[in-house]
Design a protein around this ligand. Structure first.
Ligand code: ADP
Length: 262
């Protein structure tokens, strides 16, 4: 690895908010499952970062881009985030990365960041991505020490890795956050689907079972079941009582919707 840039810990920051980021470099990535709204979060990070005078970098393909480095980490400009607010998915790409789960993989990622003088990382992802981010932050100084032992020349040794996590997950499964990025769009989309099949359910007196996402969190199932008047809802937080199948098979229940959360 070539030598890294200036020591952030000795940088004196001016009070002017438009200059607060001067001397700092921020990298932004999206990781794990995509969620509607991730692009808006990336755009806001880039523009606020640039506004404060910081250098901002995109990391393409999540943690995989951090490990692979090279062209996966590119400078962001004001214009490069134009016209992405209305797009779904994530424009800078996302991935699931096996390498980042190991310390060796995170060491390579740290080397790539240090080479560019980046000590601020904005991770937009779900619980897995943010667990990984916390792991990375915790072992950052140890990783730098090992990199120096391996020959890396840097004066960033005293720096911390500053992490901001934005919860990009349609599951709404993160405490301390009113609504995670993507949940509202997912609710909207589920209700559209329900509207489309409810008339069929009634016309044919058939039962429809809808399975929605949420992993260990029943929020999407619960809220959409309430919103559309489903007859039953199954959520992981409150498994049904013994013998629930007998109630379900009562013939008077017809034309109904059941909601299941995996
Ligand atoms: P999500 O962020 O949507 O929950 P995942 O659980 O698949 O998605 O996590 C996305 C990526 O985050 C993984 O592919 C992996 O690179 C990283 N990651 C997840 N958990 C950990 C962990 N415990 N330690 C390090 N990295 C992790």
């Amino acid at each position: 690895c070539p030598s890294a840039t200036e020591d952030m810990s000795t940088t004196t920051l001016p009070i002017d908010p438009t200059k607060m980021g001067v001397g700092r470099s921020i990298a932004v990535l999206t990781s794990g499952g995509d969620a509607q709204g991730m692009n808006a979060a990336v755009r806001a990070t880039v523009r606020v970062g640039l506004y404060t005078g910081a250098k901002v970098f995109f990391v393409h393909e999540g943690y995989q881009g951090l490990v692979d480095g090279g062209d996966h980490i590119k400078p962001a400009t004001w214009e490069s985030v134009s016209m992405m607010l209305q797009l779904g998915g994530t424009v800078i790409g996302s991935a699931r990365c096996k390498d980042f789960r190991s310390r060796d993989g995170r060491m390579i990622a740290a080397c790539n960041l240090v080479k560019l003088g980046i000590t601020n990382l904005c991770v937009i992802g779900g619980d897995g991505s943010l667990t990984g981010a916390n792991e990375f932050r915790t072992e950052w100084s140890g990783l730098l020490k090992d990199l120096v032992k391996a020959g890396l020349k840097t004066n960033l040794m005293s720096s911390h890795l500053n992490i901001v996590g934005m919860v990009g997950s349609i599951d709404n499964d993160f405490c301390g956050t009113d609504m995670t990025i993507g949940t509202d769009s997912a609710l909207h989309r589920i209700i559209e689907v329900v509207d489309a099949i409810t008339t069929t359910a009634q016309s044919h007196q058939r039962t429809f079972i809808l399975e929605v996402m949420g992993r260990h969190c029943g929020y999407l199932a619960l809220v959409t079941a309430l919103a559309c008047g489903a007859d039953w809802v199954f959520i992981p937080e409150m498994p049904p009582d013994e013998g629930w199948e007998n109630h379900l098979s009562i013939p008077q229940y017809t034309g109904q919707l059941y909601f299941l959360s995996p």
